[in-house]
Design a protein around this ligand. Sequence first.
Ligand code: ADP
Ligand SMILES: N[C@@H](CCOP(=O)(O)O)C(=O)O
Length: 310
Amino acid sequence: MSVYTSVSDLELAQFLRDYDLGGARALTGISAGVENSNYFLDTEKGHFVLTLFERLPRSKIPYFLDLTEWLSLRGIPCPRPMHTLAGNSLSTLCGKPAAIVQRLRGTSIEGRAPSVAEISALGTLLARMHLAGEGFPERHPNPAGFSWWQETARHLVPHLSREDNALIAEELAYQGTRDRTNLPGGVVHADLFPDNVLFENGRISGTIDFYYAGDDVWLYDLAVVANAWCSETDGHFAPVLLRALWDAYVATRPLQAGEEVLWFPLLRAAALRFWLLRLDAIHFRRPGTITQCKDPEEYRQILLQRRRLV
Ligand SMILES: Nc1ncnc2c1ncn2[C@@H]1O[C@H](COP(=O)(O)OP(=O)(O)O)[C@@H](O)[C@H]1O
Ligand SMILES: N[C@@H](CCOP(=O)(O)O)C(=O)O
């Protein structure tokens, strides 16, 4: 269970005095998630999620809280941070940076394929999220971009087979020659996998886990979603789902000239990113964390399939 820091009743009561949320009614550890200590928190005034940040440096956290506040104020269902009486969204609990955010309703579809209606809703929401992020004043270049791929690939060399190292090197060389500089972009979620989207009655009621968000080209975010939601177990695309995702996205944010030509390279980039991330998680487990390692092979297959498209 991913609760690394226990919070006593007394500590919670003192912490809540800084907010206008009333007294605590229940605090329940959340078992999913790997980065932070998360609790469902019920108070006299509502239902919330309490997060103690275990790894992110304090100075990096306001970007994510400000972003989710910005997006939620613009109609994107994501966790709106609560403010203290002094007006801060970031606070301190048990000596760690901590925040209380709105608890969103709904459940993820993890473990089953999405319906066409669900994937259409996701395409629309992603496009709305991109447009809603326009004007967000804080800049945060995607920390998992090209330099991160190169550095991660370098660290992994001694741990991988000759074939896998060659595949990664080839893909990096290919990606290095794709010019994305003129593509439209802005804020991207960059990890909108099925476990990070909540549905209620067929509608999207929440998007969570913005901790990989940053600035990048928008179509890259759609590529992340396409690979994560529209792939069969052998890495092939499920064409009906992919079409529904694409159509819904472009209906809300019509593509600009020059974007579509980079779609296949971006699908490959998104596959490489998550293959490397999963390899990194397996070969360099962070001490003290309960890492739910996801299968890197799934993303190697997706990368191989996407390479056949170009
Ligand atoms: N704002 C929220 N509303 C409802 N459920 C949430 C919210 N935030 C997190 N959760 C639940 O907590 C789990 C872990 O959250 P997540 O952000 O993925 O954790 P971590 O950052 O530790 O990886 C999610 O799978 C979801 O079930
Ligand atoms: N969605 C990624 C894993 C990212 O980790 P998270 O637990 O922080 O969402 C994957 O499937 O590899």
